[in-house]
Design a protein around this ligand. Structure first.
Ligand SMILES: [Zn+2]
Length: 284
């Protein structure tokens, strides 16, 4: 039975389903979008497609939609009196372009030393994300309106399918902003530094910032890093400077944004990669 059929069956059986949109939402229901949902007073047990989603703060939920998300999504909760509150929301479809790049050493047969070093780097990034997914109350930066971390020409967009030489690789998970080497990169909102490390083989020098509620942002290919792990920063504080370290064709900032959820058991956190450009646009 589909969700829609289940909903209709509930209605037919006379089960109480609130009409209209019971939830107040802000943000785009589209792939890459981040949406804030405000529950009616006293409501609890918020679910998306029947999967419970934790509250970022009492009565407030952050929802993220990945690049390949499709709709509609069913939002539900229990009102204070036990009534089922439910609604279905369609996701506005997006199309992603294809981006062709030089080979940049990308190969199907990397050297064993490269693979071993890469595994260590991925392990360090994962540990930082695990911490951010677990310590969701350490920052309230997620409530702030994000500012662009560096101004410059946009040279890469979220979701583009990347082809290095002739090899197709994972989509581009962020926004590339070209700026001269040494340009300060500023925190778009307050947060706690979870990782300040490098140079990594792909990312070069990188900073991972935790904005609380599972929302994290990354700053990649930095020339210099100006913060340390555990440091609390405010919007506008300098994280480092623009560079071209790691796998990069010239000085630019790669800015990524993700929503993390604790993994199942000891598993890695679940990461929903978001479009930073959409988050900047929030609220006009
Ligand atoms: Zn990039």
């Amino acid at each position: 039975m589909s969700r829609r059929q289940a909903l209709l069956l509930l209605l037919a059986c006379g089960a109480p389903v609130a009409a209209g949109p019971p939830f107040r939402t802000a943000g785009p229901f589209t792939p890459g979008g981040l949406v804030t949902v405000t529950l009616p007073p006293g409501a609890r047990d918020f679910r998306v497609d029947d999967v419970p989603v934790p509250e970022a703060a009492p009565g407030i939920i952050l929802l993220g939609f990945g690049r390949d998300a499709t709709g509609p999504v069913r939002l539900s909760a229990r009102a204070a009196d036990g009534t089922l509150l439910a609604t279905e929301v369609a996701l506005a479809p997006r199309r992603f372009r294809i981006q062709r790049l030089p080979a940049l050493g990308v190969t199907d047969t990397p050297a064993p030393e490269w693979v071993a070093r890469r595994e260590t780097e991925i392990g360090r990034t994962l540990a930082a994300k695990r911490e951010a997914a677990a310590r969701t109350g350490d920052s309230s930066g997620w409530r702030e309106r994000f500012r662009i971390p560096v101004s410059g020409r946009i040279t890469g967009v979220y979701g583009a399918q990347r082809i290095y030489g002739t090899l197709a690789r994972s989509p581009h998970w962020g926004l590339d902003i070209a700026a001269p080497t040494g340009t300060p990169v500023r925190a778009p909102a307050s947060g706690v530094v979870r990782l300040a490390d490098g140079p990594f083989l792909v990312e070069g020098n990188l900073v991972l910032l935790d904005h609380g509620a599972g929302l994290v942002s990354v700053y990649i290919h930095l020339d210099r890093i100006r913060v340390k792990p555990g440091e609390a920063v405010k919007a506008g504080d300098v994280l480092g400077t623009v560079g071209t370290t790691g796998r990069s064709t010239g000085p630019h900032l790669h800015w990524g944004l993700s929503l993390l959820r604790p993994g199942v058991g000891q598993g890695p956190p679940i990461e929903i990669r978001l479009d930073p450009a959409l988050h900047l646009a929030r609220g006009g």
